[in-house]
Design a protein around this ligand. Structure first.
Ligand code: MN
Length: 716
């Protein structure tokens, strides 16, 4: 839908846009037309709105776009800046933006709108650090962060008409959340600007007092400042070093912080004079340093070479402190023009320098790239790809999600709704059945993503499942689940033990009806167990052999002699009382046999398992006949080895085939054959039974890249 032009609709001929367009000469002609279209569209969409100051709303997006242009960002970023409030404030949809301006612009605008939504719902002072991280993690695209910062900057400069309490809230949010982000990205100029503006908004009185004091001091200061300045530049000139020398002004907020944090008086803070020397090339930095050390005596131990050893955020300079006239400390920073740009504009220097000299450009890009790499600590980022599309994940190890009441929870990346439930409360974890993630009902094993709003559905009858252990990520959830399972293991073992004993009795010819008539009480008395429950548990755990107990029981009864045979049915969901052997990983359809393992219950092996033959001969009493009676829908883990031709993308093809066959991949490991002729993929997958597994294997064998598929078995 075309937004209806209102009375204040501005065309591309309007002075507002013409003044802006004059700054876009660094772009290509084609970009110009697209930016014009974005302006006209945004202007029409906001036509009915005014800023609180009474100005047409479009002046705000244009101001934001101007900052983006100052950073020399690309056409998509400029368009997104112009359009950044249309999704929030007007009836325009993302779909429409995407059709008109392309999906890249639509994604940027969408990213910005998402940031807007969370900031009002969930900001809490105590969580500023988490909030910052989450903002950056959510934004993913660095351009979103930069546009957001520009948006913030314009907003705090235009808050005069806002209610004082609202003004203070936005200012402290900016101070705590956005200014540190600017610093982290190396945008020092913006960082100081945000700090000083917000300081004045939050503490107008203190700022006023400081400003007055600064003004009063400046008379005395000026004299000394000028004196040092002229002797510094005079010395450099004499040595033939071309350089610009500036006195460094201290921001109000930085003076305030220094007084507060270091308990210094105003004059003590002010009594340090800062200068900056900017030269053309790196060797000049060291020449300038030598010249200045000859002029004033350096303070020992204060010299730092951040050129040879740049700071983590890419900052480079030489730092030294000299003893100036009257013993006044004089701090000097020496750097090249390029280093200065990086120090001021940080990450934005990448765009700024795009049309600079080819030589310095390349070096700067490499350094910016390196810096971002260290910032991201991610394992892979192809450099060409990086410059096309600056997509980042600043905190790859953590995920930030919300409770329904807006509290931020930090979980390790990969954490599921179960981890979330246990993080909220043990009882929530122990009784969770499902989760509403962003208001959509989702399985508990769902991995959470940044910004998800998670609400856990509980049921008092629900209990933790052993299968959760394979999906949870946090130690807390794992510990709580284990604890619960240990407690119920005894219950399960008792049930199993009872079944095992009954089976034995039936095999001995006792009719099911007569089992109830047995003298259990007397039996327990003779068995040495404290209770019938304990007796069953002992049998289930393999501490007592069911056949022996059965015979003991029958010996005290006058019942028909044993005859016949019977097997125990294994459903596969008996929990901890019955374990499927890891060595042969039996699945329904495989002939199986059970071993009673003391203290562990029943272990189910495949009959052809290589590990069992010796034990079977030595301790026949340990073994019992069992058979499958699996329940519908239950899945079993099994390992397969797939030998493939070593080709790009082969893992993806194999994985896709497995999932097409209706199986889940639990784990995959890759290796090479001894002679390096082919690759080996070891999968652990989920199957219903043997015929399902055969189906998976047949499908794999049809792939041309697959050389061989076999069911893996480990010889322990
Ligand atoms: Mn805005």
């Amino acid at each position: 839908m075309e937004p209806a032009p209102g009375p204040d609709f501005l065309s591309a001929e309007s002075p507002i846009f013409r003044a802006f367009a004059d700054k876009l000469s660094y772009l290509e002609a084609g970009d110009m037309a697209r930016i014009e279209a974005a302006f006209v569209f945004a202007s029409a969409a906001h036509a009915q709105q005014k800023r609180l100051s009474g100005e047409p709303y479009i002046t705000h997006p244009v101001a934001v776009a101007e900052a983006v242009v100052e950073w020399r960002m690309d056409a998509e970023a400029i368009m997104a800046a112009l359009l950044h409030d249309v999704l929030e404030d007007t009836r325009v949809s993302k779909q429409e933006l995407s059709e008109r301006f392309g999906s890249e612009v639509a994604d940027l605008v969408d990213g910005l709108s998402k940031l807007d939504k969370i900031e009002f719902a969930s900001y809490r002072d105590a969580q500023a650090e988490n909030f910052r991280k989450m903002l950056m993690a959510m934004a993913r695209d660095l351009r979103v962060v930069l546009i957001k910062l520009a948006d913030r900057r314009h907003n705090i400069h235009t808050m005069a008409a806002l209610r004082p309490d609202k003004r203070r809230r936005i200012a402290s949010e900016t101070l705590e959340v956005y200014a540190p982000i600017a610093l982290r990205l190396g945008l020092n100029k913006l960082y100081r600007e945000l700090q000083d503006t917000c300081f004045e908004l939050i503490h107008p009185l203190r700022a006023g007092v400081l400003r007055k004091a600064l003004l009063a001091a400046s008379g005395n200061r000026r004299e000394l400042l000028d004196k040092v300045l002229s002797s510094l530049s005079g010395k450099l000139k004499k040595e033939g070093i071309e350089a610009e020398v500036f006195g460094r002004e201290k921001g109000l907020y930085s003076i305030y912080r220094k007084m507060k944090d270091r308990h210094l008086s105003f004059l003590q803070v002010l009594d340090i004079y800062g200068f900056r020397v900017v030269v053309e090339r790196i060797p000049m930095c060291y020449l300038a340093l030598g010249a200045l050390h000859a002029l004033y005596k350096p303070v020992p131990g204060k010299f730092k070479d951040y050129i040879a050893l740049p700071k983590d955020n890419g900052y480079q300079s030489l730092h030294t402190t000299l003893i100036g006239p009257y013993g006044t400390p004089v701090e000097v920073q020496i750097r090249t023009r390029e280093m200065h740009q990086v120090a001021q504009e940080g990450v934005a220097a990448h765009w700024l320098y795009k049309d600079g000299e080819a030589g310095s450009n390349g070096e700067l890009e490499i350094r910016t790239h390196k810096w971002l790499q260290s910032l991201l600590e991610t394992q892979s980022s192809d450099s060409a790809e990086f410059f096309e599309n600056v997509k980042i994940d600043l905190f790859p190890d953590e995920v930030y999600v919300f409770t329904p009441r807006g509290k931020i929870m930090t979980l390790p990346s990969g954490a599921t709704a179960i981890d979330f439930a246990y993080a909220v409360h043990t009882n929530i974890g122990n009784h969770c059945t499902a989760a509403h993630i962003n208001h959509v009902l989702s399985p508990l094993a769902t991995k959470l993503r940044n910004g998800d709003v998670v609400e856990i559905v509980t049921d008092p009858l629900a209990v933790p499942q052993a299968s959760w252990l394979s999906v949870v990520k946090t130690g807390r959830a794992r510990g709580k689940i284990r604890h619960y399972l240990r407690n119920i293991q005894n219950e399960e073992s008792a049930t199993l033990g009872k079944r095992m004993l009954y089976k034995e009795l039936l095999a001995m010819g006792v009719l099911p009806v007569s089992v109830a008539d047995l003298n259990w009480r007397q039996l327990v008395g003779h068995s040495g167990s404290a209770s019938l429950h304990d007796l069953f548990t002992d049998i289930g755990l393999g501490k007592r052999v069911p056949a022996v107990v059965a015979r003991l029981l029958l010996a005290r009864e006058t019942l028909p002699a044993p005859s016949g045979n019977s097997t125990l049915a294994i459903h596969g969901n008996e929990g901890m009382a019955i374990q499927l052997a890891k060595c042969c990983q039996p699945i329904p359809g495989d002939p199986i046999i059970g071993a009673i393992r003391k203290g562990h219950g029943l272990v189910v092996h495949a009959r052809d398992c290589a590990n069992i033959s010796r034990s079977y001969l030595n301790e026949p009493g340990k073994w019992m006949e069992i058979e499958w009676a699996p329940e519908e829908g239950r899945l079993f883990q099994v390992s397969i080895q797939v030998d493939v031709k070593d080709k790009r993308g082969v893992l993806a093809q194999v994985a896709a085939s497995i999932s097409r066959s209706g199986s889940n991949i639990i784990h995959v490991a890759t290796g090479e054959s001894a002679e390096h002729v082919f690759s080996i993929l070891n999968f652990t997958i989920d199957v219903a039974d043997r015929s399902h597994l055969e189906q998976v294997i047949r499908a794999l064998q049809r792939l041309p890249e697959v050389l061989r598929v076999s069911r893996a078995s480990s010889k322990e």
